[in-house]
Write a protein of this length. Structure first.
Ligand code: KMH
Ligand code: ZN
Length: 275
């Protein structure tokens, strides 16, 4: 039997709108319900962004606190808050939810064009975010949108600002980042340091292709509305859980049992929630 598959679900993101995706969870209660449904379908990590009641992205720690409570009331999934926020978000606001001491937080290790905009992560910001996560005891998921970010992640490791075992998410297909091809995925996987864990996320129509390739290569997978709102060409997905369930079905065929949250914690060397 192969290593269990950790499925991360990125429920909401910061850029997708309700107009584009009518089933997008917005309120903490909707996020809690979507998380529970995705968890039943096989997800064990919730990559968490939150929104104002009007649907705008926010890094308000009080909204994160409510969403985390709504998730924990319904399922055992690992909560991974976003420090990326929305393109253009204020640096200190992006960092705020880390102080809630979730089990994990995303950490992008460099800047990248993001459609018409720039997802700005200058090196001093990366250092500050990594240092803060280490001080607070939050495990980073190293978000790699482009090859240079891998080198930066290894610089953080060499400075002792991130602790092994490292966990990476290889995000392929953001316009401006590395295109979502199996060749690019293989290149990034070959660049990973020994002993780490990793997942892959394909943006848009490449979500399932990248997921299947990652599963076949022994990695883990991220899906969800943040990265892709379609089930297939021209057909919107009805829920995040629908996207998770498809990955779980492919995993079964590949002899990759879907990890429970407890198994995911063991694989990622997490001790459980601090607060
Ligand atoms: N919203 C993107 C600009 C993260 O969560 O850390 C960045 C993002 C990455 O979503
Ligand atoms: Zn995100």
């Amino acid at each position: 039997m192969s290593q269990p598959l950790i499925i991360t679900v990125a429920l909401t993101g910061a850029e997708v709108t309700l107009e584009q995706c009518p089933h997008l969870p917005i309120t903490p209660e909707q996020i809690g319900q979507a998380a529970a449904e995705a968890c039943r379908a096989g997800a064990s990590i919730i990559h968490l962004h939150v929104r104002t009641p009007e649907g705008q992205p926010t890094q308000d720690p009080e909204v994160f606190r409510q969403a985390i409570a709504a998730i924990r009331a319904r399922c055992e999934a690992i909560v991974q808050i976003s420090t990326g926020g929305a393109v253009g978000a204020d640096t200190q606001e992006r960092l705020q939810p880390v102080y809630l001491k979730p089990e994990m937080a995303s950490l992008t290790t460099g800047s990248v064009n993001f459609g018409d905009e720039i997802f700005a992560n200058p090196w001093p910001l990366v250092l500050e975010f990594a240092r803060t996560m280490q001080q607070v005891g939050v495990k980073p998921e190293l978000e790699i949108f482009d090859a240079g970010m891998m080198a930066n992640a290894l610089r953080l490791r060499d400075k002792g600002l991130i602790s092994e075992p490292l966990h990476f998410d290889l995000v392929l297909g953001v316009p401006g980042g590395m295109p979502a091809t199996v060749r690019n995925l293989a290149f990034l996987v070959e660049s990973l340091p020994p002993g780490c864990t990793w997942s892959a996320a394909g943006i848009g129509r490449m979500q399932t292709t990248i997921a299947a390739a990652a599963m076949a290569m022994g990695g883990h997978v991220r899906v969800g509305f943040e990265d892709n709102i379609y089930y297939r060409r021209g057909e919107l997905a009805q829920s995040n859980a629908q996207l998770v369930a498809r990955v779980a079905r492919i995993a079964a065929e590949l002899d990759r049992p879907v990890a429970t949250p407890a198994e995911a914690r063991r694989i990622l060397s997490l001790k459980g929630a601090q607060a």
